[in-house]
Design a protein around this ligand. Structure first.
Ligand code: FAD
Length: 398
């Protein structure tokens, strides 16, 4: 059966590749695989595109990571965000605002070393002192800042837009998309994945890529594979600028106040928290942020941006992070099961690298190894091997 726009509405019985989840990751993977014309690709989502963390994302885009492969993926992604029209044929929502990273005063030496590493990889990042930062952001209180990292090209995007654009472009290239189709089990035989059982029927495929974010763990537990992903609840405040605020300005991740913030359009401001609450059920978490929590987050951000004191809280956004023990994603084939791949555990930081993730996952699946960025360190077996990722100059709150 076909819908009005010619897309089938009945889940096929077979495919070459099945992708579970239509967030930014599943959609990006589908797009990159479709570009390489690798046969029949099907994406299913238990809800619909960007209904998970992707549609709730604060969507900051920055190059500042302490682990080089993450910087490389952020750089590849930035180039795609900047050239969105060429990449997916849509205008895109990326806004270049500039980005500032403020670390704890006792981590300034690490900041310098990380910036050096980022520059070597091609990031447009500078170290700026207190006076330069004050000039850049006159409304910020920068009294204790000795040095900060400044990225002129970074900013923020939109998770629903990115997932929708990738999926739309993938469908134009022939990818089948089935919303309201929930994977309920994997069929595994002789060490290889054979099928995905869904509430709309069973689909056979030799390659299955799971990009289900916070919902990943239970499905893998059924086949005896316990991926260490825990769900963590987060709240974000959206404020209307106080009349004396000029609007716009740099996005910032600030270890001193343990907040991140950015402008939102020209007259709003978004503030998020470093820390969340565990455990939480991704199918049953508060959809409304609590006034007390938002108040507390905003109070901390006010230490950096005192004019926020007079800003009106418009609304709260709530969401779930899929946390791993080293706060880095699990990317790769499940060791005991040929053809079954996981791409999840982005620990609240996935949006900004999602364009590159589609690229590296497509290379891994088709060629056995990612050429664009070496992602071996992210292999799902690293915790069992006692080899979690630890960057050389990691921050205490990385
Ligand atoms: C409040 C918040 C703020 C954030 N801020 C930032 C930020 O500033 N910068 C940044 O880089 N990142 C940020 N992130 C993180 C980023 O948004 C996520 O890492 C990214 O969106 C994850 O995308 P995903 O595709 O892996 O997962 P999701 O978007 O969660 O998608 C998973 C999809 O899988 C589907 N699914 C689940 N189970 C099944 C099943 N059994 N069968 C079929 N489909 C299924 C779901 O319906 C969902 O659509 C933030 C996240 C949140 C929640």
């Amino acid at each position: 059966m076909n819908s009005a726009n010619g897309h089938s509405t009945v889940l096929p019985k077979t495919a070459d590749i099945v992708i579970l989840g239509a967030g930014v990751m599943g959609a990006s993977i589908a797009f990159h695989l479709a570009k390489r014309k690798v046969g029949r690709i099907v994406v299913i989502d238990k809800d619909h595109v960007a209904r998970g963390g992707s549609g709730r994302s604060s969507a900051l885009v920055r190059m500042h990571y302490s682990f080089a492969p993450e910087v490389e993926m952020a750089l590849i992604s930035l180039r795609m965000f900047q050239n969105w029209q060429e990449v997916v044929g849509q205008p895109g929502d990326f806004r270049k605002t500039g980005f500032v990273r403020i670390v704890h005063p006792n981590e300034t030496a690490r900041l310098k070393l990380n910036v050096e590493m980022q520059r070597q990889l091609g990031a447009n990042v500078d170290l700026i002192d207190r006076h330069q930062l004050q000039e850049l952001e006159p409304d910020w209180n920068v009294d204790e800042v000795e040095l900060a990292a400044y990225e002129a090209d970074s900013g923020y995007g939109d998770g629903a837009g990115v997932a929708g654009d990738f999926l739309g472009a993938a469908r134009e290239m022939g990818v089948g998309y089935f919303s309201r189709t929930q994977a309920t089990a994997f069929g595994v035989e002789a060490g290889s994945v054979r099928t995905v059982v869904t509430d709309q029927g069973t689909i056979s495929a030799p390659i299955v890529i799971s990009a289900m974010g916070p919902w990943t763990r239970p499905l893998f537990q059924q086949i005896g594979c316990d991926l260490p992903i825990e769900c963590e609840y987060h709240q974000v405040a959206i404020l209307r600028n106080a009349p004396e605020m000029k609007g716009g300005g740099c996005a910032c991740i600030d270890s001193v106040t343990a907040t991140y913030f950015r402008s939102d359009a020209h007259d709003k401001f978004l503030v998020g928290d470093f820390y969340g609450k565990r455990p939480v059920d991704p199918d049953n978490f508060p959809q409304r942020a609590s006034d007390d929590s938002l108040e507390e987050i905003i109070e901390r951000a006010c230490r950096r941006v005192p004019k926020l004191e007079g800003a009106e809280v418009m609304r709260g956004v709530t969401g779930v992070y899929d946390m791993t023990p080293d706060s880095r994603p699990l990317l790769g084939q499940i060791p005991e099961i040929r053809g079954l791949y996981v791409c999840a555990g982005f620990s609240g930081m996935g949006f900004k690298i999602s364009p590159a993730i589609g690229l590296v996952m497509s290379e891994l699946v088709l060629e056995g190894k990612s050429r664009s960025v070496d992602i071996t360190a992210f292999r799902p077996s690293r915790f069992a091997e006692n080899q979690p990722i630890k960057a050389e100059y990691e921050y205490v709150d990385d």
